[in-house]
Design a protein around this ligand. Structure first.
Ligand code: KIV
Ligand code: ZN
Length: 533
């Protein structure tokens, strides 16, 4: 199986790698990637349809919002196990179980740091205390849930003898998966493989658990390390769509899966993933979070299957395999971006929406059809991305508190930019106000701030064309940071008028702040795994 002479071949006949997706937990906890409940549910449904074995839905103790999202996913999504994260203490574990108890196949994931750096500086605990706490945590979880995963956080920097001791104790206490995190992305492939191999050789009860990889990408080696872990005997990989996650991110699911599939000759390992769903789900996540996909990103980047050089194009025309190791259709890259036109019907629209990975109800398809027709009247050609903008409104999980009724700006060379807005307040009253600014966009943001009274710093402001052509809609994505909360909120809107899109995006972010406050979703300061928790 393995052609690497330094790593022993896997003796077991288990050649299936379980894909554990942590986009909604490790991915979502990274800056700029937060999602609302409806967005998380849509992603979770798409992950289940993709065929991931386990969905890590969140960290329920972290906030009421996290708890509710995990609970909703556990009750509504089927086809994958649903997992909740907890530290090794009773409160965390009970809350995690409360959130996932109704899942078809629930899993509790408990973690505790084991490396000397974490033991001494963060936890101030001895080795003995760590083992004891890990065992207590696993036992508590096992008392309610048959499927328990244990992670020794910062495992890749933990002394190997101690790591073996903790892992053995966790399995003895009932863990059925032992995950080996490279929390800070420090490992190299051979070293990481050696850790997995050592566990297999030295931990007497290791055969009772599945070994899992969990690699961060600080040195750009998360995928390589995960694959090396599989070669050494790991049979679960923890990863995220587009590789989002703490700092530089986690191992990218699409890269791990396609490496295993394309190089089956080398790895001899399979997954349950329906690879033709990789591209749609990657786009969906990017749209939901506003985190753009690097153009040359492997598998799902816009250039991943583009051949520019004449020599390459010539080779491709003669025989595709000269320069193509995977077919675009295998990862679901659409043959054409052009979706529909003015004369397209409901059926075509419904099919396209499903191909893009969204699950809309019949009622939603009906209203989407009306919006689509209105847009098709304005624009000759409606592209996938135009459609995504229309679909997004179904992923809003709360009625808008503040509603933009009208706006006007005046700007130009040598004049003072001014803006007026009319906004309906949450109590129904319509308020008008005006402001001046450095430019029309600044003026309109100030006017919105005057009406809503919500003070926040603008951290990011991006305008891009949604699709092709001069008549394309402009999409504005922005991030507002509320200093007192140390948290940022995203707003996005599209229109053929980019000033209007800016005003609407700003107000959407203000509405997100209001919804968050209303629900009391303030994250408890529990620290974040991988960020010094
Ligand atoms: O990176 C990490 O150590 C984690 C653990 C909670 C698995 O995310
Ligand atoms: Zn992590």
């Amino acid at each position: 199986m393995s052609t690497n002479p330094t790593i022993a071949a896997v003796p077991s006949d288990d050649n299936r790698v379980r894909i554990f997706d942590t986009t909604l937990r490790d991915g979502e906890q990274s800056p700029g990637a937060s999602m609302n409940m409806a967005e998380k549910l849509e992603m979770a449904r798409a992950l289940a349809a993709l065929g991931v074995d386990i969905i890590e839905a969140g960290f329920p103790i972290a906030s009421v919002g996290d708890f509710e999202a995990v609970r909703a996913i556990a009750t509504e999504v089927s086809g994958s196990s649903v997992c909740a994260l907890a530290r090794c203490n009773d409160r965390d574990i009970d809350r995690a179980w409360e959130a996932i108890q109704y899942a078809q196949s629930p899993r509790i994931h408990v973690f505790l740091a084991t490396s000397a750096i974490h033991r001494e500086h963060k936890l101030r605990m001895t080795r003995e205390q760590i083992v004891e706490r890990a065992v207590q945590g696993v036992r508590r979880a096992k008392g309610v849930c048959a499927d328990v995963e244990f992670s020794p956080e910062d495992a890749a920097r933990t002394e190997l003898d101690f790591l073996c001791e903790v892992v053995e104790a966790a399995i003895e206490a009932g863990a059925t998966t032992v995950n080996i995190p490279d929390t800070v992305g420090y490992a190299t492939p051979l070293q990481y493989a050696h850790v997995i191999q050592t566990l297999r050789e030295r931990v007497p009860n290791i055969g009772r658990a599945i070994i899992s990889t969990h690699c961060h990408d600080d040195l750009g080696m998360a995928v390589a390390n995960s694959l090396a872990g599989c070669e050494a005997g790991a049979r679960q990989v923890e990863c995220t769509i587009n590789g989002i996650g703490e700092r530089a991110g986690n191992a990218a699911l699409e890269e791990v899966v396609m490496a295993l599939k394309t190089r089956f000759d080398h790895y001899g390992l399979t997954t349950r993933i329906k690879t033709e769903r990789l591209y749609p789900i990657s786009r969906m996540l990017s749209t939901i979070t506003g985190l753009a996909i690097q153009r040359n990103k492997a598998i799902v980047g816009r250039n991943a299957f583009a051949h520019e050089s004449g020599i390459h194009q010539d080779g491709m025309l003669k025989e595709r395999s000269t320069y193509e190791i995977m077919r675009p259709e295998d990862v679901g890259v659409p043959r054409t971006d052009l979706v529909l036109g003015k004369h397209s019907g409901r059926h075509a629209l419904r099919e396209r929406v499903a191909e893009m990975g969204y699950t809309l109800t019949d009622e939603q398809i009906e209203t989407l059809f009306l919006d689509f027709k209105a847009l098709a009247d304005k624009k000759k050609e409606v592209y996938d991305d135009d459609l995504v903008v229309l679909i997004e409104k179904y992923l809003e999980d709360a009625p808008a508190h503040w509603q933009l009724l009208s706006m006007h700006t005046s700007a130009g060379m040598g004049v003072l930019p001014t803006a007026t807005v009319a906004i309906r307040r949450p109590d129904g009253e319509v308020v008008q106000d005006a402001a001046i600014g450095d430019g029309p966009v600044d003026a309109i943001f100030k006017a919105v701030e005057r009406v809503t009274g919500v003070r926040a710093n603008l951290r990011e402001f991006v305008v891009r064309s949604v699709s092709q052509g001069k008549d394309a809609q402009g999409e504005v994505t922005l991030e507002l940071e509320v200093e007192s909360e140390d948290r940022s909120y995203r707003g996005r809107a599209a229109s053929t008028d980019i000033i209007e899109a800016s005003a609407q995006a700003y107000l959407n972010a203000v509405n997100a702040i209001a919804t968050h406050k209303e629900r009391g979703h303030v994250r408890e300061v529990v620290g974040r795994p991988g960020a010094g928790a």
